[in-house]
Design a protein around this ligand. Structure first.
Ligand SMILES: [Zn+2]
Length: 231
């Protein structure tokens, strides 16, 4: 693993209620034209953003913030299960990409980095998530081109191992309850409102990448049911 130290001033202490050490990993893509521009922004005090690691297209890993500190990658509003302010709980990894391509060296470095982080902290597979999972109203990274299945083959993250065949698509309220049980922040309105469509899209972006349209079909619903069991 080729790790380059590239310190960012943009960090502070993890909240004490988060237990002082990370047990989640949040993945991002930078959505910037180059790693160099992203590094400039992630180390600029005026930007007030950072991450623990950035992975260049060539596979080089830049280390910006110490793991024990809280980096500022997840945004002020982020939720998962009963948690908010996910920065306090997580290690943030940015992948240098516009969301179109994630290179092989990048994916290999990502796997090695996560395996290495896991020698220091207990991070369950259900706690390896995308930014869009924890902030579905605002964020769509990493994009549907990010290969979660590849991570799954390496024992990282949680993907549906099989998909139950449902007779019918559950009503919207039931879908909302399933998504809430998985961990998504969603109001149980029974309506196909904007927040619900955004969460359905976030689910699909991670667990059904070939259909990210906010519309629940039988396959998407089956995957939701299975992921609910796994989470
Ligand atoms: Zn992000």
């Amino acid at each position: 693993m080729n790790i380059v130290s590239y310190p960012s001033p943009n960090f502070n202490e993890r909240l004490p209620e988060a237990g002082g050490k990370p047990d989640m990993i949040i993945l991002h893509h930078t959505n910037m034209a180059s790693a160099e521009l992203a590094l400039e922004r992630l180390t600029d005090p005026a930007s007030e953003v950072s991450c623990h690691y950035l992975i260049h297209k060539d596979g080089t890993i830049y280390h910006l913030v110490q793991e024990k500190e809280r980096a500022w990658h997840a945004g002020r509003v982020s939720h998962w299960k009963n948690r908010e302010k996910i920065n306090s709980y997580s290690i943030g990894i940015e992948i240098d990409s516009l969301g179109d391509i994630f290179t092989k060296p990048q994916m290999e470095s990502l796997v090695a980095l996560i395996q290495d982080i896991r020698t220091r902290y207990e991070i369950p597979n259900t706690h390896i998530l995308g930014h869009s999972d924890i902030a579905p109203d605002r964020k769509d990274d990493p994009s549907e081109h990010f290969d979660w299945e590849y991570l799954g083959e390496k024992g990282i993250g949680c993907m549906p191992d099989h998909v139950p065949l449902l007779d019918q698509i559950p009503p919207t309220l039931e879908i909302q309850k399933i998504l809430q049980t998985i961990g998504y922040a969603i109001q149980l309105t029974g309506l196909l409102d904007d927040q619900t469509i955004n969460v359905i899209k976030a689910f699909q972006r991670h667990f059904r990448r070939t259909k990210v349209d906010g519309v629940v079909d039988l396959e998407t619903a089956g995957r939701m049911v299975r992921i609910k069991e796994l989470f």
